[in-house]
Design a protein around this ligand. Sequence first.
Ligand code: ADP
Length: 259
Amino acid sequence: VDGVTEVRVALMAEKRERRIVMVGSGKGGVGKSTLTANLAVALAGMGMKVGVVDADIYGPSQSMLLDATGSKLRAEGQTLIPHQSDFGVPFVSMAQLIEPGKAIAWRGPMVGKALAQLMEADWGEAELLLVDLPPGTGDVQLTMMQQFKPAGAVVVSTPQDLALIDATRAIDLFRQAKIPVIGVVENMAGYLCPHCGEASQPFGQGGAEAAAHTIGVPFLGRIPLAMEIRVGSDTGQPPAANDGAIGRPFTQVAAQVAR
Ligand code: ADP
């Protein structure tokens, strides 16, 4: 075999080895699901084959973030078939299996089974699975780390102390399990008033970067608090699908996750 073919064969082999990257946070509501969806869309835009697992079993959001149609999941035998979103990102979410508004009241073992079904869906050629974790350091995190050997974790926090304290706990859990922390993303960092153009910091700014520095993990960037992000998230139109100013911070973080 000539050299070029060797490299191609190696690349193909490399592609087939699927990486799992978790997106976690200490608290809920800090934008973990929003970041997951937009990172996936940005990575797909860079030509990567990426799928999203909505592992927030009790509070699934990906089916709203990535798809405005309210898709249901098909299965072949026991294997779920991920739904192809409009953005080149297949995904699975409990929201596609359970009726809207119905509570998912399961104990740990059932959650573990559900997680396994989502993780073992027919991911086809996906070379990267982004896993949207529930907030905190509970059952899903432990099962993910024990059973699915993630290659790394991204941790999202808003800039204020209350969120950072819990983000630090999440990082500690990953470190204890020897999961590489790819880095910290600061979300809702700074608000640019659409009317007067004045910049303000409702949750402060720079807290996540300082915390990342203190605990010795990379800082991946900040995403501003923006009306367009909230509106896009509520309507199944992730802003990272557009090349504009709102999508750019997501693309910059995504480039670091792709490495
Ligand atoms: P989590 O997954 O951490 O619980 P979500 O991603 O569901 O948080 O975000 C919580 C809410 O905040 C959602 O309504 C989402 O649209 C909104 N949101 C998240 N990030 C931003 C942002 N940077 N700017 C504006 N709204 C945001």
